[in-house]
Ligand binder design. Structure first.
Ligand code: ASN
Length: 339
């Protein structure tokens, strides 16, 4: 009989409205189980690990990601797959982070949650949970159908490091415009087998070390030298720079000089676009040619969530900025398409 580990971290799926204040707060896992008697009917053994302190995912942090990676490592040989119940607000960050922390992953790690609490009459939680379990246990010829870190939400399975929270009020909370969905559930559960990644080598390798010393430089017309300088001289090893269109920035000399000084001082700067669809093409326009020349890393079509967690992971594991830049530009876990 198959065996699944559900890890409950919190999120709306397990929240209840406080009768007095009406504020949504997390509840414990037993109360969740009471709302889904169908779990008993699954032909599968379900193990549950509930966090002692369940959280709204706005309180998520790298220490908890390390804890999640450790739980996956400890239970890896005993189960067929993992379902992580998590708030939707930062789910794409957690799924992206875990994808980098779990190298050669050979079993499904499916994040899910919901937009309405599981006890609500119109809840989306039950379908999300039941199908996430179905996906976590799905095998073909003894091999997991989706050995990836994914997000399952509103009938769709997304690669975790390609997705972002797009809507805070619809059940369709996630999108992954730069990569096809990995499965869709309807009357049948259909897997897009050509888009699913399988590990090239056997043997899970866990990387628990991430660094938080990463800054973000989001550009806008009129951004001042002082603001740019403050961000680029912060005590961090890497900067995720959100640029215009296909990776373009101002060509003002002061701006290019500040970027160059930061790179020369050993910082890594990665260029991703503020556009949600499409890719960075360094050198296509005059306004990105200089970036390439001074050594800004090309983030291609990475989401912000993937770029920030990948930088945290690389800086936590490699000291050489040249190597960090090289890996930032390399497809490590299916997070980018080199074009
Ligand atoms: N605030 C919630 C969370 O991320 C939102 C949700 O789960 N839908 O924990």
């Amino acid at each position: 009989m198959c065996q699944i580990l559900i890890i409950y971290t919190g999120g709306t799926i397990g929240m209840m409205s406080d009768p007095k204040t009406k504020v949504l707060r997390p509840i414990n896992f037993e109360q969740i189980m009471d709302n889904v008697p169908e779990l008993e009917r699954l032909n599968c053994r379900i193990k549950v690990h509930s966090f002692d302190e369940v959280i709204d995912s706005s309180n998520m942090n790298p220490a908890i990601w390390s804890k999640l990676a450790g739980l996956i490592q400890d239970n890896y040989d005993d189960v067929d797959g993992f379902v992580i119940l998590h708030g939707s607000d930062t789910m794409a960050f957690s799924a992206s982070a875990l994808s980098f922390m779990l190298e050669n992953l050979g079993k499904p790690v499916i994040f899910t949650g919901s937009q309405l609490p599981i006890s609500a009459i119109r809840t989306d939680a039950k379908e999300n949970l039941m199908t996430a379990i179905e996906i976590a246990k799905a095998k073909k010829n003894g091999v997991a159908r989706v050995p990836e870190v994914c997000i399952y939400f509103d009938y769709k399975l997304f690669r975790g490091n390609r997705s972002f929270k797009y809507n805070s009020s619809k059940f369709e909370a996630f999108r992954s415009p730069n990569y096809p969905i990995l499965a869709e559930s309807g009357v049948h559960l259909r897997f897009s087998i050509n888009d699913i990644r399988h590990p090239k080598e056997d043997g899970l390798i866990i990387h628990k070390k991430l660094t938080s010393e990463v800054a973000v430089l989001k550009l806008y017309p009129g951004i001042s030298p002082k603001v740019v300088e403050n961000i680029l001289t912060a005590d961090v090893g890497g900067v995720v720079m959100e640029t215009f269109g296909a990776g373009n920035t101002s060509t003002d000399q002061w701006f290019i000089d500040l970027l160059k000084q930061a790179i020369d001082s050993g910082k890594v700067i990665v260029d991703i676009s503020q556009c949600k669809v499409g890719t960075v093409e360094l050198g296509r326009y005059e306004t990105s040619k200089l970036l390439k020349d001074i050594g800004v890393a090309n983030g291609y079509d990475m989401t912000f969530e993937a770029a920030i967690t990948k930088t945290m992971y690389l800086l936590g594991n490699y000291d050489d900025p040249k190597l960090v830049k090289e890996y930032l530009e390399t497809d490590l876990r299916g997070e980018l398409t080199v074009s």
